[in-house]
Design a protein around this ligand. Structure first.
Ligand code: PEP
Ligand code: MN
Length: 337
């Protein structure tokens, strides 16, 4: 942490800050410049110390040096985290392709689709059994019955199941059937849920909140990591902006940015990110070009009759085309798919 004193700060004020920093268990180093004095406070700075140093007399500003997230930060390790669940691996050279319907609708639907998607190269199966819907009157998911259908699809195909958990008290139940626990955008700052998912020990796919900054996103990941669960996948799924041509705005600069700030793998959700089926393939290619470690895509045999998110859902045939195109982009950026 760097404490920058005002140009007219007195020697007494500098001495006071030196003593204050020492009393907080940090070691102060005073650097006297021609214009002003700065004090480097050396030690663990991650406990809200800026807030207690900033009001000091003669202090201009306090600048943190380390990221506020310590376990998620790339300052922790130079090795990239690879999250594995059954045959699904996210963060290595091979780019993951998680595909499936927005909602699990029936056993026949999810099992049939899982077989089709696996044959087309999907490495994970998505599908919501607990659905966070804007309206309480919309389909809320088949809940535990839906989870059982997903488990049957895994038995039939071997695909790892990625499914959302919405409440801390549901974590043990969802963890019984799922291979990866998805935390939805609307729950990114549900800290009790993050901790419960952390405690489950299951890999977590954490979606970025639609109004969350990158620091907030990484601090949410920190909640899971802090429960000694290292298996966190970050998912950029688009944010709210003034734009109306797409459901959300999908900022792909976050992919290389997150990979620079953190060792965690990053996947992109172009379905929710755009809300439009015809934009899913182009944004998938763009995500891979930007360095994404995986994609999560909504696919349905009959998007027109999907029980949720039909307008952003692609058909299996479109998914096959998307995979072929993405493979070519992956090769161009030294990855496989
Ligand atoms: C979903 O994956 O179907 C979903 C609801 O996603 P998000 O939380 O990103 O809106
Ligand atoms: Mn959806």
């Amino acid at each position: 942490m760097i404490v920058v004193m005002k140009p007219d700060a007195t020697a007494e004020q500098v001495d006071h800050m030196v003593a204050h920093i020492q009393s907080l268990g940090m070691s102060p180093q005073v650097l006297v410049g021609t214009q002003r004095t700065v004090i480097a406070a050396i030690g663990d700075e991650r406990q809200g110390l800026a807030e207690v140093l900033e009001p000091g007399e003669g202090v201009d500003k306090v600048l943190p040096i380390l990221a506020p997230y310590k376990r998620a930060s790339s300052e922790l390790t130079t090795e990239r985290t690879v999250v594995k669940a059954l045959g699904l691996s996210i963060g290595g050279v091979k780019i993951a392709a998680i595909a499936g319907p927005c909602s699990v609708e029936s056993e026949a639907q999810i099992v049939g689709l899982a077989k089709t998607l696996k044959a087309m190269g999907a490495t994970g199966l998505r599908g919501g059994a607990f659905k966070p819907r804007t309206s309480p009157y919309s389909f809320q998911g088949h809940k535990e019955d839906g989870l059982k259908m997903l488990a049957t699809a895994r038995e039939e195909t071997g695909l790892a199941i990625v499914t959302e958990v919405m409440a801390p008290e549901h974590v043990p139940m969802v963890a019984k059937y799922a291979d990866v626990l998805q935390i939805g955008a609307r729950n990114m700052q549900n800290y009790q849920l993050l901790q419960a998912v952390g405690d489950s020990g299951k890999p977590a796919l954490l979606k970025r909140g639609m109004s969350a900054t990158i620091d907030e996103f990484l601090l949410a990941a920190e909640y899971i990591l802090d429960r000694n669960n290292p298996n966190v996948i970050l998912c950029e799924r688009g944010i709210r902006t003034y734009e109306e041509h797409t459901r959300f705005t999908l900022p792909l600069a976050t992919v290389p940015y997150l990979q620079d700030k953190s060792h965690l793998p990053v996947v992109v959700d172009p379905s929710h990110g755009t809300g439009k089926a015809k934009l899913v393939a182009p944004m998938s290619k763009a995500a891979i070009a930007a360095g994404a470690d995986g994609l999560i895509i909504e696919v349905h045999d009959d998007p027109e009759h999907a029980m949720s998110d039909g307008s952003q859902t692609i058909t299996p045939a479109a998914f096959a085309g998307l995979m072929a195109a993405c493979k070519r982009v992956a090769e161009a950026v030294d990855r496989t798919m």
